[in-house]
Each structure stands twice: as C-alpha cells, then as structure tokens.
Design a protein around this ligand. Structure first.
Ligand code: ATP
Length: 328
C-alpha cells in the first residue's frame, strides 16, 4: 500500500512545451491508482497563496496538444525564505497533500529539495521541464525537442530570403548557459557557424570560415548564436563581421520568446507522458527527493542532490566535431 494519498502537481520556472502532457499523465496515473490530485497554480506561488484546486480525469481533457502550462508558472522569490516555505507547508498540510510532483528546471529542483529536507513528511519528485536541455540525469528535458523544431522552422524561412539576396544572417536562439538548442538547430539547418556558450570562437576564425564559404560560392550564410555566447552581443558581432566581409548584406534576427510556444512535438508529448507516469509511480513506491529522467530510452531516478551537483552537462561531442565540417 502506498503511503501517499494526495498528490500536488505544479509547474515552475520557464514554461516548456510538454508540461501539459506531463500534468495530464500525473493526474490520470494518480487517479488510476486511487489517489487524489490537486493542481497548484503558478508554481511555488500557489503553495504560498493557497491557490490550488482538485483535479479529475476530465480536468486534463484536450490538453496534450497545448503549449505552455494549464497550471501556469511563475518565479517566486518568497519561496526562497524560511517564512515563505513555512506558509507553503501549512497550506499543503491543510490540503492533505503528502506528495508533490514539481515540473521545472534546476531552480525548481533546488526549491523542492530544500522544502522536502525541511519537511520530510512531504515526498517530492522532480520532472525535468526546461527547453534548455541542461539537466544531469536525463538525456532530454521537456520542451527541448519542440523548441528546436520551432527554431528550425524559422531558420528554414530565413534561409529562403538569405539565399535570394546573398545575405548573411546572424540568428540568436535561446540558451543563456546552454548551447543545446543552437547546436541541434545548427546541424539541422546547415548553419555555416554555430556560436555556443560552452565553446569559445575566435573572431578571426569566424571571419575566415565565412570568407571561405564565399570563396566556395555559398549563396547565403546563417550563423546561429546562442544567447549566452561569449563572443559579444549579436549586434556587435554582426557589425564587426560586416567590416570584414563587405560583399554580403548582413542581417540580424533574434527569435526570442516564440521559441517557447506552440504545440508540443510528438517526442515531447510522449516524454511528458512517460515522465509524469513515472513520477507518480515513484511517489507510490516510496521514493522522494529524486528526479525522473530518460536515459538510454529508459526511465531513471536520480537523487535531486546529484542532479543539481553536476554543472558540467556536456553537449554531444560528435555534433560538436561535425558542426564545422558539414558546413564546408
Ligand atoms: P528554467 O530552467 O526554465 O529557468 P528553473 O526551475 O531553473 O526553470 P528558476 O526561476 O530558477 O527556474 O526557479 C523556479 C523557482 O524555484 C523560483 O522562482 C523559486 O520559487 C524556486 N527556487 C529557486 N531557487 C531556490 C532556492 N535556492 N530556494 C528555494 N526556492 C528556490
């Protein structure tokens, strides 16, 4: 018999496509197992402000195809304080919640771990939900695949105009600390260069590479720049390159928040469903302070402490190795 009788589910930090399929899986798996489920609105803010509601199987009808999160999300400063956590705990206890599924990124997990260390009678399981794909313990995080597909669709369109006008486009994509979206999108779109926070690129090398492209009769060039690239802001970068490469008309596009939206891809719908299902089963089997992830196509539980202690999340080395070679 499970010790858990009532599960609270929340989404926190940045929204990511795939959160809704995950919420749906949590609700239905819990109800199938005879548990009650409460939806907590706006992440930890809803715990502190007691903004929660009972969910049933029909509360999650027709949400598989929706981007964003029906529970809404927020960044909540008061949850970082002892007083905020105590208020959240009292509200959770009053609701009768004894297990939490938190869907979010490393900040969300840090909060969850602190909360459950302080109040060990509440079991907590984390689900990696962030478009940045930068959490240790899961090869993929919810939203990464959809966000990358959105970027690819946009860059394919940019390529059409770049090609027609002999233009060089600098395209900024999300990723303050992680180049995962930039790298995947760059390989998928045949970008001439990909600038990543994890890898320094010398300006002379970039210019030489782009000049070489022109010598090889490329009719257009796309340079993908992750937000966190250290070479300099995208506008300054474009200006510096324009001084050296005058035959191309250089344009800058910042894709921005459109990368977060849209219907989740098939991959993110299935991943959200698998992780939500696994999170509830982990709570039922007595687990706590763990993250559910997918590694080698199998569900894996990683202690939150371990998931949070690895900041050396690596990009795929073969993609890094091929990115310049395939763009010659
Ligand atoms: P993303 O990767 O999309 O940014 P995230 O989960 O890392 O998602 P954050 O804004 O860093 O997003 O964290 C979400 C929330 O988690 C914060 O608003 C806060 O409520 C809580 N949180 C973060 N760090 C802590 C902490 N040290 N102690 C308590 N709560 C925290």
């Amino acid at each position: 018999m499970s010790k858990i009788s009532k599960i609270g589910v929340l989404t926190s930090g940045g929204d990511a496509p795939g959160m809704n399929p995950c919420i749906r899986a949590v609700v239905r798996t819990a109800i199938f197992n005879g548990l009650q489920v409460v939806g907590i609105k706006q992440g930890y803010k809803g715990m502190i402000e007691n903004d929660m509601y009972e969910m049933g199987t029909r509360s999650v009808s027709n949400i598989l195809n929706l981007g964003g999160t029906i529970l809404k999300t927020a960044r909540c400063l008061p949850f970082r304080t002892d007083e905020g956590m105590e208020t959240a705990y009292q509200n959770i206890k009053a609701q009768g919640i004894d297990g939490l599924v938190v869907i979010g990124g490393d900040g969300t997990f840090t909060g969850a771990l602190r909360f459950s260390q302080k109040y060990p009678d509440i079991s907590v399981i984390g689900v990696p939900g962030t478009i940045d794909n930068d959490l240790y313990g899961s090869t993929y995080t919810l939203g990464f695949d959809t966000a990358t597909n959105t970027v690819i669709e946009a860059i394919d369109k940019i390529r059409d105009t770049a090609d027609s006008h002999d233009r060089l486009f600098f395209v900024e994509v999300m990723g303050r600390d992680s180049g995962a979206i930039a790298l995947r999108a760059g390989i998928s779109c045949g970008a001439e260069a990909i600038l990543l926070p994890e890898k320094s690129t010398a300006m002379e090398d970039l210019i030489a590479h782009l000049k070489n492209g022109a010598i090889n009769k490329k009719s257009s060039s796309i340079v993908i720049v992750a937000e966190g690239d250290k070479t300099g802001g995208i506008y300054d970068l474009a200006k510096a390159v324009q001084q050296e490469i005058t035959h191309y008309d250089i344009k800058v596009t910042v894709l921005g928040h459109l990368q977060r939206g849209g219907a989740p891809s098939s991959f993110d719908r299935v991943l959200g469903s698998r992780l939500g299902f696994a999170a509830v089963n982990a709570l039922i089997s007595g687990q706590s302070q763990k993250m559910v992830g997918l590694e080698a196509n199998h569900i894996k539980l990683t202690p939150l402490e371990e998931a949070l202690s690895h900041h050396d999340f690596k990009l795929e080395s073969d993609l890094l190795q091929m990115m310049d070679i395939l763009a010659i």
